[in-house]
Design a protein around this ligand. Structure first.
Ligand code: FCB
Length: 445
């Protein structure tokens, strides 16, 4: 049974919950907002489960105060949210949409009034459609546009927001979006995807000095999705396949951010699909950060597979019986392992777990409650894993549960619930789940 308590963590440790704009806000054509790639993608038949779209989502745009009250009720000290680029710059560049910025003013002020620290993510995958039409992340200009967007947002909110995350999970927005085609914009072109990874990282580096100049005492970082990579068997072929796989999944992002350039072995595997890198880019990408965000959900068990994509690797299904509603194995030891590895190999800035959580097929019981004990245990076991990592020398700054609310889970639409708070998407009624109550009690001590 999980056993850690809040008292075993330093007072400075930040406990929080995470969300993202596209997944909760709705109001996609209100007050001057224009489409993002995800609005376009969701409108294409067959892209999203059940034909769901983010048009309404949790209608957070119109339930702001209620939702901030829920954040407060949880007793967390921090709230991680993202700002919608197409709400602020509907065409991606140029004219600023004042009502868009005003919404985030209200959000930030509402958090501060409730004693909750805002952690702002600039990009959680909702690229303005006009920028995609012009070439999207494979085009270098998109990185420059991102730096301008960072400037607009940080000029406005930098007096009150001190924690800035440039990007959420670059692997997903680029590899899943431009190579695997499962996420917006739904392309399948390896070279374009790899060029996109480079431009996303470049845009992170370009935004850093902008944020530094606009935000006094700001702390800046990026949030990566990282996975421990294990081998499917003891065979030499699987062993080296796991190294290749780790190269694209983890090292491709960690290495350049820590000043090492892109990993040679991955560049070799990519061949002509390797990105074009201009002089100075690698220095820009390796700009100093104040924390490293890590989103942790699962490990990957990898086998050699000549047909298995660019790294000739295949993720095999876990044999574990303890899996979440996504089929993701519950593997808290992996979080400890990952944190120790990243610390050992990269000596990073202090780490914050910017996402961790689980989907289960929650149902409202006859008593009107959601008895999701599994989710509470999931979270508690991962908190235990953090404690173990800290004992092993990992410098940890915080932990954010994904997510505050059930929401629009990308290609899975509304079929996957991750919230500590249940949302009835027909009525927009919010109900604190048992896991939310548990988390609040954990934080109370
Ligand atoms: C992460 C995403 C987040 C959410 C969780 C379940 O990859 O960053 O938006 O979808 O997975």
């Amino acid at each position: 049974m999980p056993r850690s308590t809040r008292a075993q963590f330093p007072d400075t440790f930040r406990w929080g919950v995470s969300t993202s704009a596209l997944q909760i806000e709705g109001a996609t054509d209100v007050d001057g907002r224009r489409p993002s790639v995800w609005d376009t993608f969701a409108a294409e038949p067959g892209r999203i489960r059940n034909g769901d779209t983010p048009a309404v989502a949790c209608d957070h745009y119109h339930h702001l105060d209620e939702d901030l009250d829920l954040v407060k009720a949880l007793g967390v000290g921090a709230y991680r949210f993202s700002v919608s680029w197409p709400r602020i710059l509907p065409r991606g560049t140029g004219a600023v949409n004042e009502p868009g910025l005003a919404f985030y003013d209200r959000l930030v002020d509402g958090l501060l009034e409730r004693g909750v620290e805002p952690w702002l993510t600039l990009y959680h995958w909702d690229l303005p459609q006009p920028l995609e039409d012009a070439g999207g992340w494979p085009r270098r200009d998109t990185a420059l546009a991102f730096a301008d967007f960072a400037d607009v947002v940080s000029r406005r909110l930098g007096d009150r927001v001190k924690r800035w995350i440039t990007h959420n999970e670059p692997w997903c927005s680029t590899i899943k979006g431009y190579y695997e085609g499962e996420f917006a914009p739904g392309k399948r072109d390896l070279a374009a995807a790899m060029q996109a990874t480079h431009h996303v990282l470049l845009s992170h580096g370009l935004a850093l000095p902008v944020l530094r100049s606009n935000v006094a005492d700001g702390q800046c970082g990026i949030a990566l999705s990282l996975h421990p990579i294990h081998t499917a068997s003891d065979s030499e072929a699987d062993r080296v396949a796991a190294i290749r796989h780790d190269g694209l999944r983890n090292r491709w992002f960690l290495d350049p951010l820590h000043g090492r350039g892109y990993p040679e072995d991955v560049l070799r595997e990519l061949g002509t699909a390797a990105p074009t890198i201009d002089e100075g880019d690698l220095v820009t990408i390796a700009g100093k950060t104040d924390f490293l965000g890590i989103n942790y959900y699962f490990r990957e068990i990898v086998a050699d597979d000549p047909e298995g994509g660019p790294m000739r690797s295949r993720v095999v299904e876990t044999e574990a019986s303890d899996v979440t509603g996504f089929g993701w194995e519950v593997y808290p030891e992996g979080l400890t392992e990952l944190l120790l590895r990243v610390t050992r190999d990269y000596h990073p800035a202090p780490i914050a777990i910017t996402e961790n959580g689980a989907t289960y097929p929650d149902e409202m019981a006859a008593d009107g409650k959601i008895h999701d004990e599994q989710r509470a245990i999931y979270i508690h076991r991962h908190i235990d894993a953090l404690r173990t990592a800290m004992d092993g020398g990992v410098d940890l700054a915080g932990y954010f549960v994904w997510s505050l609310l059930d929401n629009f889970e990308w290609a899975e639409g509304y079929s996957k619930r991750f919230g500590l708070v249940h949302v009835d998407f027909a009525t927009q009624a919010r109900t604190m789940k048992d896991s939310g109550r548990w988390f609040a009690a954990f934080l109370k001590g």
